[in-house]
Each structure stands twice: as C-alpha cells, then as structure tokens.
Design a protein around this ligand. Structure first.
Ligand code: 0X9
Ligand code: ZN
Length: 489
C-alpha cells in the first residue's frame, strides 16, 4: 500500500478500538487487555492491511464465490464483469492465481474524506425535523425504533422515518424509500432526503406531487444504519452496523458487525451471506436479529405498500428480487417497472441474483414476505466510489429523480406500466397510439369511467383557480396507462 493509505490505517485502528469498546461494554467495560493489544499490534505490524483491487470475474457464480470467501466487494461493473473491492493479503494471493484478472487500485476513490456537504446523523435529523415542521399538515417525523448501540445504552440514535400523507392514509397504496443500509454509502441518505424534499416542498405546486400526497401513503427513511454512519462520517470505511455480539475483539477487514442487507427474514442464511462476524456480509445471529432490520420490517408490515426503493452505492444498477435464487420473481410488473427505472436512470436493470447471490436482503424479504414490488438502486460508478465530492449528488439526483417520481405515479396501479403514457404540455394532451383518453377532475377514478377527451384537447392553461386533473390513456390492446396529474382552470 502506498504512503497515502496511512491515514486510512490510522482511522481503521480507531474503528477497531471503538468496536472493542462496544464489545466490552463501552468506557465502563474492562480494558482491551494484553491479549487484545497483542492481536492488534500483530495484525498491523505484519502488514495485514487489505488491498483495494479490481478483479475480472467470469460469472455471477464466480463473484458469489469471492463474496462468500470474504472479499469486501465495493461495487461492480456488471457489463465488463469487473468487481472492485478490498481483499486481505491471503485473498490477494488467491486472486493472483489468475494474474491477468487482478489489479491493485490506487485511485482517489479509495479514500474516505466525508466531504462536508454530506449530512451526519444529527444534521439529517435536523433536516427532517425542519421539513416536518414546515408542513405539519402533510408530514410528520416518526421514530421507527432504536439502533443496536441504543439498545445497549451506548448511544441515543434512532431510525427516523418521514411520513408524508393527507388524512388517514393507512389503507392507501404506499411507497417507501430507504437509504444507508450500508454505512459508507453516504450518497444514499442525500438522495432519500432529496426525495422527501421533492414531495413536501412541491406539494401544492407540482401537480404530480400534489396528487401523490393526496392519494398515497409515503415514507422516507434516509438512514437505516445510523450507528454505522457515525463511523463512516469520521472517514472510516464501514459497511455494517456495529453489533460486535459477544466477540471480545476482532481485526477483520471490516470489524465485527452485521450486514443489515443479509439479515432480513426471508430465506435468511441460504448462501451469499457469511456466518463469520468479521466478514463484510455477516448475516447476523438469526433472521431479523438486528433492531435496524426489525424497524424496517415493522414499518413495511404495517401498511399496504406497493413499492419499496432501497438506495445503495455504487455500480449504476437497478436490481429486483430474487437475490437468493435464479428463479424469476412471479411479477411481470415488477420487472417491467424495473426496466423502466433503468431507462430513466441510465443504470443497468437486472435481477439481483444475476449480479451475485445474496440471502436476507431487504428486497427479497419485502417482495417475498409482503408482496411489495421492491428495487435496489446502486448509485454511481467505481469512478465515484463511496464518497464522491458532495457536488456530485446533483448528478446522482438528476439520474434518480425520474425513477422516484415514477414509483409515485404507478403506486395505485403498477400494471399501468404496460399502457400508454399521456403527455400534458401547456395544457394540451397527447398520447400517441392511444385508443382512448379520459380525464378525472379532483379525484382519480376507475379506469374506463372517466370523461372522454380527444388528443390535442386543452385541460389546463395554468391560470385561474386550480383543480387537480388526472389524465390517462388506453392502448389499442385495452391496457390503461398511468395517470398524469395536471392543473385545470
Ligand atoms: O450486496 C449488497 O447488499 C448490495 N450491493 S452493495 O454493493 N451496495 O453492498 C446488492 C444487493 C442486491 N442483491 C444481490 N445482488 N443479490
Ligand atoms: Zn450497499
């Protein structure tokens, strides 16, 4: 490793010390002890620092084997079949059995700088608090439960959700957006906060957002893993939560902790997840063992959600279940919407198992246990890494805003993805190839029961007292497309 990596090494020692503190009961627990100190010294003096590599893998199964062998896969170029990540010296030796396939990386994207624009747990909470106070009529801040450290009395962090809706929305179709299952993926709370702002700040102005708040039950959970994020915000390379279990001490590449995205209670522990606490993909002690995954499962079980979007980084991908099996998921609509999310973002859409195998990931659970059409978005590329300069968030938002809006548009009727889309420009309607166009004023109604309109009609001019208008079109095959909301005079 180059000289430049020394600050990271120091930071890692900091993490290990922090974890040892956790495992031992914090400041009041017993000291690290001679044995712990010796392990620590040996680990770092022997140069057992991990290397950052790119590796040309041969198939998803090949990549699954690497992950199962403990490689910390940071991200993947799925088209070129290159995996980027962190390996121990022993793992590097193993990879070098195919010498042409592996390269040690030294690019700037391997350093964690936590650019100051990024939210910390505290500023994220402050932002959500302000946002909910700005529009108490349409949103409220909800405490979804404690983090692992909080359950142990070591911290006071909680998992926060912003609930956006009007009136009693508990039976309305729901959409939930989540960020930061993985601590170091610091772009993801930012995108989640942008989703919240897009909806709340534009309600009453943008007809699509006004319709979404009127018709849906929307939840945004920007930070599922606040304990881990607190480490990442200090510049540490941290993925999991900080549950060190009963371990006395650990010097694994990533320290002890549970990979929250291997802990969900659907086909938990069926491969593509590690049984070793020091591995990046440690599945935890049992299905849904972690307070963080429990909080998410409780929320997602409490209402009839149509869609779930969980933001990760990086790899420029849109993924849907299953992750644990090659079988295709029994929902053509989930796949069709996933393909459209790919088109809108420019990311590659695919079933998650076709990337590599996982078990216990959120989307498998949400779809398998709750029937929620669920997606993982992997934001950014290897060139961006885990903590690109904050200004890059603008680009990521440009890529992800259309998909976030699509889920809102389709939540009442995902099958509408198969019908034609209506465009309303300067109040004028167009729907090329449609057999029929109809409109509902004020409230959305049953497809086929609206007032008929001709293409080219004017529904809105943007002047006068406004009313929400929903316009939708029927294809020649009989399928009704999504409603487009607009204002009418
Ligand atoms: O491995 C994960 O949990 C996700 N990727 S990340 O690099 N952000 O850690 C991907 C989960 C999607 N599931 C599968 N690829 N099977
Ligand atoms: Zn992730």
């Amino acid at each position: 490793m180059s000289q430049k990596s020394l600050p990271r090494l120091a930071a890692t020692i900091g993490v290990v010390a922090t974890l040892a503190g956790c495992a031992l009961g914090g400041p009041s627990g017993p000291a690290l002890g001679d044995r712990g100190v010796r392990v620590l010294e040996k680990a770092f003096s022997s140069g057992s620092r991990e290397a950052i590599v790119s590796y040309r893998y041969q198939s998803p199964a090949d990549l699954t084997r690497l992950v199962d062998a403990g490689m910390d896969v940071w991200g993947v170029d799925s088209d070129r079949r290159i995996a980027y990540g962190q390996v121990s010296p022993a793992q590097l030796t193993e990879l070098r059995r195919r010498p042409d396939a592996v390269q040690v990386e030294t690019g700037p994207q391997i350093y964690n700088s936590f650019d100051k624009g990024y939210h910390t747990y505290d500023t994220m909470l402050e932002d959500l608090t302000k946002l909910s106070a700005s529009r108490p009529d349409i949103c409220r801040l909800v405490d979804l439960g404690p983090t692992w450290e909080t359950t142990k009395g070591k911290a006071s962090r909680r998992i926060w959700g912003l609930h956006i809706s009007k009136g009693d929305a508990s039976a309305k179709p729901g959409v939930v957006y989540l960020g930061n299952h993985h601590a170091r993926e610091i772009v993801t709370p930012e995108i989640s906060l942008n989703v919240a702002h897009m909806i709340v700040d534009q309600e009453g102005k943008d007809p699509a957002m006004t319709a979404a708040v009127q018709d849906l039950d929307i939840w945004v959970v920007p930070m599922v893993n606040p304990d881990g994020h607190a480490l990442a915000a200090l510049g540490n390379d941290w993925r999991k939560n900080t549950n060190a279990g009963n371990l006395f001490f650990d010097v694994g590449p990533n320290g002890a902790g549970v990979d929250l995205n291997r802990n969900y209670a659907h086909h938990w522990g069926e491969g593509g997840a590690s049984t070793r606490p020091q591995d990046p993909t440690f599945r935890g002690a049992g299905p849904g063992s972690e307070p963080e995954t429990q909080a998410v499962m409780k929320l997602a079980s409490s209402r009839p959600f149509t869609f779930l979007m969980t933001y990760h980084s990086f790899s420029n991908l849109i993924l849907w279940p299953w992750g644990y099996t090659d079988e295709a998921p029994p929902s053509k609509e989930m796949i069709a919407v996933g393909q459209q999310l790919g088109k809108l973002s420019g990311y590659k859409p695919q079933q998650s198992k076709d990337l590599y195998r996982t078990s216990g990931d959120l989307t498998d659970w949400a779809f398998g246990a709750r029937g929620i059409l669920s997606y993982t978005t992997e934001i950014g590329s290897w060139g961006d890494g885990f903590d690109p300069p904050y200004r890059e968030v603008t680009r990521f938002w440009r890529e992800n805003e259309p998909g976030a809006r699509l889920l809102l548009q389709l939540a009442d009727r995902p099958a509408a993805i198969n019908g034609p889309e209506v465009r309303v420009e300067a109040g004028r309607i167009s729907a090329p190839g449609a057999r029929r166009i109809e409109v509902f004023r004020g409230r959305k109604g049953t497809p086929g029961k609206g007032q008929a309109l001709a293409e080219g009609s004017l529904v809105a001019t943007g002047r006068g007292p406004r009313q929400l208008v929903y316009v939708q079109a029927q294809g020649t095959d009989g399928q009704w497309g999504p409603s487009t909301a607009t204002w009418s005079d």
